[in-house]
Design a protein around this ligand. Structure first.
Ligand code: BGC
Length: 737
């Protein structure tokens, strides 16, 4: 539709029609043949209201959505098509590794491909908008939503958020293979106090701008059509009613002109927050502060017509919000094709194809992080191997936030091992070893109950010990339950369920040659396991192809290359943590005094595994780091050179990382900050020159003058294979002339 026709349509709408464009209802309001019967009685929504709504969330399926679309367009006086939105977070039917794992690939190219496949599958099943990427920076592993983030670093998160937006949206949203992206949760949601979901966020403006905003900005600059507010309060105001965040920063400074949607019921929740008296007040505050769509909340439905009719909300503001929604529908081509190319035939052709599964398998192999590998126990040599643990049998490797993926489509580790064992020369035996969860947790999560819990675990453990005695090597498949991660899944203990820890100890007492496959949606506290196991491979929540991808790495057909993107602590008390904080006035200096410095008395300051860390089956040597100049002006650049050599015996891939430190600034500067990385694959003995270019833009920060700019002075350059690199070179940024 042409812009002027869109504007004419807008002007022709009644207030009721306009308001309903801003209302989004749950897909759960529809039964399977939604259009005929329609509603869940308890929600008190009439078929008329449901059909008038501008959008629906969390429902998919080509035929179903087409029916709903037809019915809605018939109800709407101007036959405006509805938008269908869903959390397509890391895949649709083909489930890719969770975002924390995708971050570990350090490959924006791969992440873009995964997002493009997710978009193709979701679009074929009727989806127009995904609530992704989640660009929230995370530093606190207690927060369950770490699994939805790509980690603790603003630069990496920005690269990944932009890659996801490009993958989802492509070049033209009319293309039926693409869907619109929604950057969330604006802003700073990952910094919830004490890692408790929905808690308020206490961040200085400086920290918010330097660390938390860049990834949202990168997603917006990549063209994201939608942004979602956060549930939390920032600076004493819920984000959904926060004029500074939404009007000044998002619309003003970032220039975002797309649709701003509230998080689920976040408009209503301003009443619980104590900012608003009732739903009417909440609708007013959200509208005044720029929220266009009220997701599932009933505030706009309850009060917006009245607020416009009595002049509280000006018609111009209503028009602004509706115009944005109509523009998005137009960008997707819905006025010409309200189904956006969705059909059962198209879905059959694109959903979970061999090609998509192959991509998912590749993504798994690249996301696994080898945390430890003593005696080169991995890859597994031919011999007798006992595969033990609750994650062995579990085909449900999806993680939370994969609504549309199905457990039945996943291949378990056990099934994948069986398929590859003969070729690898493994004589394999399997044992479950323990339940996945402790009994108490099982009840809390409502997973299932078992009154014979103790007896069952004693029996499973005894079987496992027997198997460990037989084996040359034991592979223990342990981890968190997928429901222990994701939204509202905060934890204060970051250890494995007790029942699995007991299994580990019993097996280790029998056979010390243990490789642990660790499944989790967050960094965990590994305790003694990290010392006692010979190898630990972080497998995250790997998705549909988890089993096969993991076995590819166990067998050595692929060498692991993933890198930690969120530090693994020694103890929960270290949280929150990050490699790139500010120095205190009394930092702990290697070799220096430790009394009266910033330190814990009972735990190292550093994490067990820092950001950027991960081993390979081969070894790499990084040497001859040099700078093309010792000084640059703002218009000049410096080239960093380093030699990377594969000094081992097998092919492998390393991520070379560039960190900078600004020694003195008008505001304190991070002790180190990632500014570039390169993923390099080398054959044994191969050696290459790796280059980075330092530009003035990379030196900018939010200065005491309240703007992003660089300041002359000395900078340190670190090139390493993780963030703990200590050797550096220096250069000086000077004024011109
Ligand atoms: C989450 C959002 C999600 C929305 C819709 C909310 O509870 O915070 O991230 O997009 O639900 O499912």
């Amino acid at each position: 539709m042409k812009d002027q026709d869109l504007e004419a349509l807008l002007q022709d709408l009644s207030v009721e029609e306009k308001v309903y464009q801003l209302i989004q209802y749950q897909g759960a309001n529809y039964s399977d043949d939604a259009v005929l019967t329609g509603l869940l009685d308890q929600n008190h929504i009439t078929p008329h209201e449901l059909g008038m709504a501008g959008s629906t969330l969390c429902i998919w399926g080509a035929d179903k959505l087409k029916k709903i679309q037809d019915a809605a367009m018939a109800i709407q006086p101007h036959h405006i098509p509805m938008l269908f939105m869903l959390d397509v977070i890391h895949g649709h039917r083909t489930v890719f590794p969770c975002p924390l794992a995708l971050g570990a690939t350090f490959s924006p190219e791969l992440v873009e491909e995964c997002a493009a496949v997710a978009a193709r599958e979701a679009a074929a099943e009727g989806i127009h908008v995904t609530f992704a990427p989640m660009a929230d920076l995370v530093r606190d592993a207690r927060w369950g939503r770490c699994m939805e983030s790509t980690g603790e670093d603003p630069y990496l998160n920005g690269r990944m958020a932009a890659a996801m937006v490009r993958g989802f949206q492509g070049d033209d949203l009319r293309n039926p293979d693409h869907i619109a992206a929604c950057v969330k949760h604006f802003a700073g949601y990952g910094a919830a106090v004490a890692g408790m979901d929905y808690q308020n966020v206490e961040l200085s403006e400086h920290t918010l701008r330097e660390y938390y905003l860049p990834a949202y900005q990168a997603g917006i600059e990549a063209g994201a059509k939608m942004v979602m507010t956060g549930f939390h309060t920032y600076n004493g105001l819920p984000c959904t009613g926060n004029a500074w965040l939404m009007r000044d920063i998002l619309r003003g400074e970032m220039g975002f002109d797309g649709v701003l949607i509230s998080d689920y019921c976040a408009v209503n929740e301003m009443v619980s927050h104590g900012l608003c008296e009732d739903l009417r007040d909440a609708a007013r505050v959200a509208m005044e502060n720029g929220v266009d769509i009220d997701m599932e909340g009933r505030s706009y439905a309850a009060a917006l017509i009245g607020l416009v009719e009595d002049g509280t909300i000006p018609m111009a503001r209503l028009d602004e919000a509706v115009r944005r929604v109509l523009k998005l529908k137009n960008a997707l081509g819905l006025f010409e094709d309200p189904y956006h190319g969705a059909s059962e035939t198209q879905a059959k052709a694109v959903v979970r194809t061999e090609e998509h599964r192959a991509l998912a398998r590749r993504a798994v192999t690249q996301s696994l992080v080898l945390l430890k590998n003593d005696d080169a126990i991995l890859p597994l040599r031919p011999g007798k191997i006992a595969f033990i643990g609750p994650y062995l049998e579990d085909a449900d490797l999806r993680s939370a936030w994969s609504f549309s993926g199905e457990a039945a489509d996943n291949r378990s580790v056990r099934a994948a091992v069986k398929a590859q064992a003969v070729r690898a020369g493994w004589e394999v035996r399997f044992s479950q070893g323990s339940t996945l969860l402790d009994n108490g947790t099982r009840h809390a999560l409502g997973v299932y109950r078992n009154d014979d819990f103790l007896l069952e675990n004693q029996r499973l453990c005894a079987e496992a010990v027997e198997l460990a005695r037989w084996a040359d090597t034991v592979v223990l498949c342990l981890g968190e339950h997928r429901l222990q991660t994701g939204e509202a899944a905060s934890r204060v203990w970051l250890r494995l369920p007790e029942v699995q820890q007991k299994l580990f100890s019993a097996v280790a007492a029998e056979n010390p040659r243990i490789a642990v496959l660790l499944f989790s949606g967050r960094p965990l506290v590994l305790g003694e396991m990290a010392e006692q196991a010979k190898a630990v491979l972080a497998c995250w929540m790997p998705g549909t192809e988890g089993g096969d991808g993991i076995v590819d790495v166990l067998s050595g057909s692929v060498s692991p290359s993933g890198k930690v993107t969120m530090a693994f602590p020694f103890a929960e008390g270290q949280e929150p943590m990050c490699y790139n904080g500010y120095s205190t006035g009394r930092p702990q200096v290697p070799g220096g005094p430790s009394e009266y410095t910033s330190r814990y008395l009972d735990c190292p300051n550093a994490p067990r595994y820092p950001f950027g860390y991960g081993l390979s089956y081969t070894t790499f040597t990084l040497s001859e780091v040099s700078l093309s100049a010792k000084q640059m002006t703002k218009k000049e650049m410096i080239t960093v050179h380093a030699k990377l050599e594969n000094t081992g015996t097998v092919a492998g891939t390393e991520v070379v990382q560039l960190y900078l430190q600004d020694l003195v600034g008008s505001r304190v500067r991070p002790v180190k900050a990632l500014k570039g990385f390169q993923k390099v694959s080398l054959q044994p003995g191969e050696r290459v020159d790796v280059q980075f270019t330092i530009t003035e833009e990379m030196l900018r920060f939010y200065t005491a003058r309240n703007r992003f700019e660089s300041e002359p002075g000395v900078f340190r350059v670190y090139v390493g294979t993780d963030s703990s690199v200590e050797e550096y070179l220096e250069f000086r940024l000077v004024e011109e002339g």
